[in-house]
Design a protein around this ligand. Sequence first.
Ligand SMILES: Nc1nc2c(ncn2[C@@H]2O[C@H](COP(=O)(O)OP(=O)(O)OP(=O)(O)O)[C@@H](O)[C@H]2O)c(=O)[nH]1
Ligand SMILES: [Mg+2]
Ligand SMILES: [Zn+2]
Length: 354
Amino acid sequence: MKTKKFKKKFKRKDLRLKNIVIDDLESFSETEIVEEKRAEKKILEKAKTSKKSGLKLKKGRILEVKTNYRCLVAFDDYEIECPLSGRLKQLNLETRSLVATGDFVMVDFSEEPRIEEILPRKTKLTRFSEAGFQTEVIIAANIDQVIITVSVAEPPLNLSLVDRYICAAALENIIPIICINKIDLADSLEEIEKQVAFYSRCGYKVVLTSVKTEKGLDELKKVLKNKQSVFSGHSGVGKSSLINKLQPGINLRTGEISEFNKKGIHVTTSSRLIPWKFGGFLVDTPGIKTFGLPRKEKDKIPRIFPGFSELSENCKFQNCSHTHENECAVKDALARNEYPQERYFSYLRIWESL
Ligand SMILES: Nc1nc2c(ncn2[C@@H]2O[C@H](COP(=O)(O)OP(=O)(O)OP(=O)(O)O)[C@@H](O)[C@H]2O)c(=O)[nH]1
Ligand SMILES: [Mg+2]
Ligand SMILES: [Zn+2]
């Protein structure tokens, strides 16, 4: 594929130089570009449907995506690093994350091991870029629950981010668990508890933890046992530190908090699937900068945003967006102080961003 493409490019350039006197050179190149695009599309279609025969396939699981084309794969009793097959590389042209940590794959051992097939995902946690054309980034695949990790300080508590994760989890049928870490740094624990009580009332599990004092770690462990979880959140909130505490000896890299802006410095750089000694798996992930939701799912947000599912049953309009409509149960609850203003503003920011 690479050599073919190179030849084609070379040919076009060659023509330009040799036929410099031809009047309609530009239109000639245009046709060639169109044809090249058509050929590329054909290759992609073929890659989607073609299957080689005579392969020695073995099922494995992606532990880590090293680059777009090379992954660390686990089998029953060993791990190997291997590339995606040429066919899958072609498919990779279409998306930025074709393969993700947690994916089950079929590896062909008939020659040098190669990943031939990515098996359908049961679930995936995805985020989207917010501006312009939205690209999908898969954070982890085949997981039961996302541990939405935030800290009370350094970096400061960000509940709007929690709201976004809860919506993303609802869209993918993943259970959201809220982990509020660094409670040793809270000026007033009561104040924090008041702020997060809303989420408990909505039925979400909230765990308050401190890596420093070890508070809440047993409770967190219970939540994680025998489950497939992913830890996700901003850089510096303590994802890797929590994992280190829960599984002594694992020694994941952790980092200092920047003196300058009290944020993390992006220490973890790739997602990694790790088995818990007490049962289950976890994916440690790099801190995210932004967490965009999929624009194509905008219409679902008014019913899945924290606290809205029951309320919206009483809105006059079935597809009420809780913004400009009359007889809106969400706005009524807001007026009666039965729904927190902060969360409603957080909803509006998401609604407008989509
Ligand atoms: N005071 C306090 N500090 C903590 C706690 N948990 C983690 N830290 C500190 O916070 C810093 C960042 O922790 P990391 O575990 O590297 O954070 P992370 O979320 O993995 O960050 P990225 O890998 O960059 O996404 C380290 O200096 C930890 O020692 C805690 O409960 N209390
Ligand atoms: Mg980390
Ligand atoms: Zn409404």
